[in-house]
Design a protein. Structure first.
Length: 233
């Protein structure tokens, strides 16, 4: 049989088919590999963002606190008394206190309390009910409190009570009695707080969940949170 010009045999068609099949398989593997790389890069960014968030927020919050401002609830909770301002008391009358206030922000009645200090180390804590200006010869503030003050107060510290929680696969913050708001994504299998040493006032242990992030970025991490007032050895 004479083959016509330009015709191809079955064997040539089979060969071309397999060549194209191999090319398509290689292309599919390349696309899948790029997808895996992109997912891993995305998850790595998510993990680093969580680490950075914890370091910035807890670092700023805990850096200047002393032992009396932090109460550890095992490895899962950390209650804090975060100062927002303070000043000497120039007048006190019943449930109001006037002070020469200076701080990072104005007292907020919806979330702040005040620590009142008297001679001899005696203290009282009251919730801030309202704030008004023009006190202490026009250079201060007057705080209306939820209860009358029993002590002869000399100094006042306005603080925000809150707590951090290592629970539910994330690091969370609770302001007063409000719900726990997540600071990070909930992709950790284990989170915990531990006392630090030296310049690290706190250690935050984080172990990513293997089902939440890509392969090879599941290694546990321990973040040291610096403190200017480290616990005594």
């Amino acid at each position: 049989m004479t083959r016509r010009a330009g015709a191809v045999s079955v064997s040539e068609l089979v060969l071309v088919f397999w060549v194209f099949a191999l090319i398509l398989i290689a292309l599919a593997e390349f696309v899948a590999g790029q997808g895996r790389l992109a997912r891993r890069q995305r998850d790595l960014v998510r993990l680093r963002e969580a680490h950075r968030t914890i370091e910035i927020i807890l670092g700023n919050e805990l850096r200047d606190l002393t032992g009396g401002d932090i109460i550890r609830g095992g490895g899962e909770a950390l209650a804090i008394r975060a100062p927002r301002g303070s000043g000497p008391v120039c007048a006190a009358d019943g449930s109001s206190v006037s002070l020469r206030y200076s701080g990072s922000r104005r007292p907020a009645p919806e979330k702040d309390s005040v620590l009142l200090l008297a001679a001899g180390g005696a203290t009282e804590i009251r919730a801030v009910a309202a704030v008004s200006g023009a006190a202490c010869a026009q250079g201060g503030l007057t705080l209306s409190l939820d209860h009358a003050v029993a002590l002869r107060t000399r100094f006042a510290v306005v603080f925000e009570p809150g707590s951090y929680h290592a629970s539910g696969g994330a690091i969370r913050y609770r302001l007063g009695r409000a719900g726990r708001q997540p600071l990070t994504e909930a992709f950790f299998a284990r989170t915990a707080f531990a006392p630090g040493s030296g310049a690290a006032g706190l250690l935050v242990h984080l172990e990513p969940h293997p089902d939440s992030l890509s392969h090879r970025i599941h290694s546990p991490a321990t973040l040291p949170i610096p403190s200017r007032n480290p616990p005594p050895r």
